[in-house]
Design a protein around this ligand. Sequence first.
Ligand SMILES: CC(C)(COP(=O)(O)OP(=O)(O)OC[C@H]1O[C@@H](n2cnc3c(N)ncnc32)[C@H](O)[C@@H]1OP(=O)(O)O)[C@@H](O)C(=O)NCCC(=O)NCCS
Length: 154
Amino acid sequence: MAADIPATPSLLRGPLAALQDTLSRHYRRLGALSRMLRFRVAASDSWMDRQAHRARPDRVLGIQIDGDVRAVLELYGLGDGHAEIGLSVEDAYQNRGLGRTLFRAGLRAAREMGVETADLFFSQSNTAIMKIVSEVGAEIRDQQGDRWASIRLL
Ligand SMILES: CC(C)(COP(=O)(O)OP(=O)(O)OC[C@H]1O[C@@H](n2cnc3c(N)ncnc32)[C@H](O)[C@@H]1OP(=O)(O)O)[C@@H](O)C(=O)NCCC(=O)NCCS
């Protein structure tokens, strides 16, 4: 593995339309496998655009490198103290520590929102995210080829 990239995640602010444009650019730079792992469908560019412009995340955190946002975490409050997390790192920047750094920053942001339990769905083949969530003590359940991780924040 190459050396980790030092990175500071930040909360992305601005109008929803601008955040959705950022999501769209990021999603479109994901390779086929990353798209499948993130969205669990073989997503075309136009599918990604529609997904980005439908998204209404409560918080978006990003890591800027080389002039654009290369890693994105979305937090969706589901009410009742629950939130769902989705995250992705562009292929050229994966396996350099960004996913772990961003995920931990996402949990801090969720805690600040008053979230008690953060959930994340992922494929059973997704070794990297399994490692990242296991390190923070997630409860893991298998669900028909997918996995569900639940992290208590309080
Ligand atoms: C999952 C994902 C966010 C991880 O981000 P990342 O920056 O690549 O991961 P990190 O570099 O922080 O690595 C975390 C751990 O996973 C391991 N890892 C990373 N990529 C791996 C791979 N392809 N296979 C096996 N292990 C891997 C790393 O070795 C590291 O463990 P270590 O520090 O003990 O060596 C990223 O791979 C990604 O965007 N994947 C596509 C979208 C996705 O799967 N999203 C999650 C579901 S919503």
